[in-house]
Design a protein around this ligand. Structure first.
Ligand code: 2PG
Ligand code: MG
Length: 399
C-alpha cells in the first residue's frame, strides 16, 4: 500500500544560505512525504559524511533511487533505511552522502505517515506514545563555530525544567532570549545573532554567565516556574595539542574537568554538552563521576548518534545523556537504535537540530515519538520556531 513510486531530490537553501538536499517520496497509493537535510558547522570527526549537494544528489539518484522506486514500502522504515545503507555500501554514507540519505529516510517516514493518515510522531512512535513532551533547550547566547568574535563557549542554553507544558517552556525560552537582548541594550553591548539565532555579543564567557543567569532569574520570577541553563562547550573544536583553548584561557584536561565541575556547582547547570574532546572517554567518565548526579553530561561529537560509540561510552560510564542528530548517522532507523540503546542504559536523550537548518519539523516528531526528555532546537528564528511551533501543535493535537 505504501510502495514507493517516485523519489525526487533537489537542492534547496538552508538557514545559512547554503544548498542542502530536499527529498520528496511519493507512494503508489498517493502518499507524499517531503524532508530536508540539516547541516552542522561544529561537526564531529566521526559523523557520517555530508557530500557537496550536487554530488550527493547525483550519487543518490544513481545508487539509491532505483533500489527504492517500485520496490520498497515507505511505511517500512527499516527496509527504506536498509536499502539506503546497501545502496551506499560504506559505513559513513560517503558514497551517496548522509545529506541525501537522511532526507530520503525522513521523507519516506512522512510518506508512510501520510498513507496512514496519522501524524508523523504517531507513525514513528506507535499508538502508545505522544503524551510526553520534551523540554526544549533554547540557545540564547553563543559563539564558537556559530558566530565570529563572540563567546568562546559555543552555546548557552535556557532550560525551563519546571515548565508545566511544552508551550510554556517554548515561550519561556523566547522570553529569556528577549530579556538578554534588553540587558545587552542597557549595557550598550552590540550583538549580532549567530547561526542558531542566539545573541552573539563580543563578551567573555564569564560575562556571558552573569548575563544569562540574570536573564533566567528575571524570567523565572515572571513565569513562576523553574528555569535553569546549560551549555554546549563543543570542546572538540577547541582541543589543540592536548589542551583546551577557549579564547585566552588554556586548560589541561584536568583543569578543564575542574573548570566544568566548578561551573556546574556555581551556576547549578542543568546540562553540559561536549565538555571534553570527542575521544576523551576517560575524562568524560571522570567528570560524570564528579557531577553526573547534579547535571546532564551529554555526548554530541563524542557519540555522533552512533550505537558503537555510545556502547563504548556506556561501558566506561562516560556520560549520562546523548545528543541525537539523525544526519550525524544518516537514517532514522540508526537514530532510533541510538535512542533505544541510550534509554535501556539510563541515558537521557536530547534530540537536536543542526546549526544549518530548514523549515523541516521531523525532529519535533522524533522527540515526541521516542519520549525524549529534551529537544535542542534554538529559541528564535524561523527554522528554529518551525520545530518549536510544531511541538505546540502536537501538544494541541492540531495536526
Ligand atoms: O554542536 C551542536 O550541538 C550543533 C547544534 O547546536 O551545532 P552544529 O550543527 O554546528 O554541529
Ligand atoms: Mg554540540
Amino acid at each position: 500500500m505504501t510502495r514507493i513510486e517516485t523519489v525526487r531530490l533537489r537542492a534547496v537553501l538552508d538557514s545559512r544560505g547554503n544548498k542542502t538536499v530536499e527529498a520528496d517520496v511519493l507512494t503508489e497509493s498517493g502518499g507524499f512525504g517531503r524532508a530536508a537535510a540539516p547541516s552542522g558547522a561544529s561537526t564531529g570527526e566521526y559523523e557520517a559524511i555530508e557530500l557537496p549537494v550536487n554530488e550527493s544528489i547525483a550519487a543518490a539518484r544513481e545508487h539509491a533511487v532505483p533500489r527504492l522506486e517500485g520496490r520498497v514500502y515507505a511505511g517500512d522504515q527499516r527496509a527504506v533505511d536498509d536499502t539506503l545503507r546497501a545502496a551506499d555500501g560504506t559505513e559513513d554514507f560517503s558514497e551517496i552522502g548522509a545529506n541525501s540519505a537522511v532526507a530520503i529516510s525522513m521523507a519516506a517516514a512522512r510518506a508512510g505517515a501520510d498513507v496512514l493518515g496519522a501524524p508523523l510522531y504517531q507513525h514513528l512512535g506507535g499508538a502508545f506514545r505522544g503524551g510526553n513532551f520534551p523540554i526544549p533547550l533554547g540557545n540564547v547566547v553563543g559563539g564558537g563555530e556559530h558566530a565570529q568574535e563572540a563567546t568562546a563557549i559555543q552555546e548557552f542554553l535556557s532550560a525551563p525544567v519546571g515548565a508545566p507544558s511544552v508551550k510554556d517552556a517554548v515561550f519561556a525560552n523566547a522570553q529569556v532570549h528577549g530579556e538578554i537582548g534588553s540587558l545587552l541594550e542597557e549595557r550598550d553591548t552590540p550583538a549580532a545573532k549567530g547561526d542558531e539565532g542566539a545573541w552573539a555579543p563580543s563578551i567573555s564567557d564569564a560575562d556571558a554567565f552573569e548575563l544569562v543567569e540574570e536573564a533566567v532569574e528575571t524570567v523565572e520570577d515572571d513565569v513562576g516556574f523553574e528555569i535553569k541553563f546549560g551549555l554546549d562547550m563543543a570542546a572538540a573544536e577547541t582541543f589543540e595539542d592536548g589542551e583546551y583553548v577557549y579564547g585566552d584561557e588554556v586548560r589541561s584536561t584536568e583543569e578543564q574537568i575542574d573548570y566544568v565541575a566548578g561551573l556546574v556547582e556555581e551556576y547549578d547547570l542543568a546540562y553540559v554538552e561536549d565538555p571534553l574532546d570527542e575521544d576523551a572517554y576517560e575524562a568524560f567518565a571522570e567528570l560524570t563521576d564528579r557531577v553526573g548526579e547534579q547535571t546532564l553530561i551529554c555526548g554530541d561529537d563524542l557519540f555522533v548518534t552512533n550505537v558503537e560509540r555510545l556502547q563504548e561510552g556506556i561501558d566506561v560510564d562516560a556520560a549520562n545523556s546523548i545528543l541525537i542528530k539523525p544526519n550525524q548517522i544518516g537514517t532514522l532507523s540508526d537514530a532510533f537504535d541510538a535512542i533505544e540503546l541510550a534509554t535501556r542504559n539510563g541515558y537521557e536523550t536530547v534530540v537536536s537540530h543542526r546549526s544549518g537548518e530548514t523549515e523541516d519539523t521531523t525532529i519535533a516528531h522524533l522527540a515526541v515519538a521516542t519520549d525524549a526528555p529534551f529537544i535542542k532546537t534554538g529559541a528564535v528564528g524561523g527554522e528554529r520556531t518551525a520545530k518549536l511551533n510544531e511541538l505546540i501543535r502536537i501538544a494541541d493535537e492540531a495536526l
